[in-house]
Design a protein around this ligand. Sequence first.
Ligand code: EPZ
Length: 418
Amino acid sequence: MQKLRINGGHSLKGELAISGSKNAALPIMAACLLCPNEIQIENVPNLRDIKTMSLLLSHMGATIEKGTENTIKINAKNINQKFAPYDLVKTMRASIVVLGPLLARFGEAIVSLPGGCSIGARPVNLHIEGLSAMGAKIEIKNGYIHAVASELKGCEFEFNPVSVTGTANLMMAASLAKGKTILDNSAKEPEIVNLGEFLITLGANISGLGTEQIIIEGVKSLKSECFKVIPDRIEAATFLIAALITRSNLKINNLIPDHLKEPIDILRGSGAKINVSRESIDIKPPEKIKPVSFKTEPYPGIPTDIQAQLMVLNILADGHSTIHETIFENRFMHVLELQRMGADISLSRNVASIKGIKGLKSAPVMATDLRASAALVLAALAAEGETIVDRIYHIDRGYENIDKKLSSIGAMVERIES
Ligand code: EPZ
């Protein structure tokens, strides 16, 4: 198992480029199941989860060809297994997004229930209710979703609560369904807009992307095309926060500032000086970090995927702040590890109260989930001395070459085998 050895407590400098978005690339790869021809996808990040999705698609019979840097070609012409096994799905819950495309193109799918993860129960009832409303017959047997549909029909379905992959699954299924589908209280995340734009490139008829009502008119078939994945706004926010907690001037390139409005506002609230250009952000730290209280919300609110990282900023702020996690029921696993580094945090249900401290202390820590591990890496960069972050396979799921990127801006980071 690999670890990261980080010598923190000093500032960084320079610039780095953001990779493609994991949470856009994964449903876009699954959407290739809708089309019997080769599709080329560009700006795909080189991540564990992308490898898992590639494995899953090839397990079904698709051919996956890695092109030049961050380009893949997927051909789902010969799908001979409409089956997503537990041993793959349990390593990546997002595998659930193959359900909608398999049902839409083949009328059948057997997909393992993803099960929970460290941040919550992660139910998929909305995915099942929505596809059933489109005419699928769905049974849960021995931990698997057994779904059949002679023909999917358009329907009106309201999400409650908003579900990102739920919206992805139903939008993909509706693309080939008969008639009109209206999805209410849909996810507005840029990753869902990117997926919808991809489907439209293939010939789907979709309107309302980025609003709470998405309307899809089913078409007979989709054609092959080439498409580029958007940059990862969560990675970008993570590195912006890294600049502030290490008191560094950084330039972050290859991003879409429009996808980062709320995070930029909150970082400006902490005192950061932020200069936004078309595809990059220059960030400078304040003398003293001001505490910023917030609650996580669906887009365009503060994303839950940067809650742990913003907690590290508040730990090093000059004063008291509160963080209210409203999306997942157990997304404070990073608190225990941060407390071991000296953080002063108290929890009451889904609210964390943080009292700013002068500095974190290095300590051996262990990652529990993707974004918690990003927060531990940030904390290690800020803490004086050597910190070992264990189980960094969690971080490799969502951050491309994080050690190389950090080293390129002067961080003392080394990947070691345990
Ligand atoms: C997506 O997960 C992201 N993953 C998550 O990112 C992200 O944290 C989350 O959206 C919220 O933004 C991918 O896109 C691959 P949800 P998803 O369905 O779709 C409840 C990361 O770190 N719900 O939007 O699984 C659910 O319990 C990952 O990159 C139901 O009740 O999340 C939660 O409280 C972590 N029934 C809320 O909705 C359902 O059928 C939002 O979940 C589905 C969801």
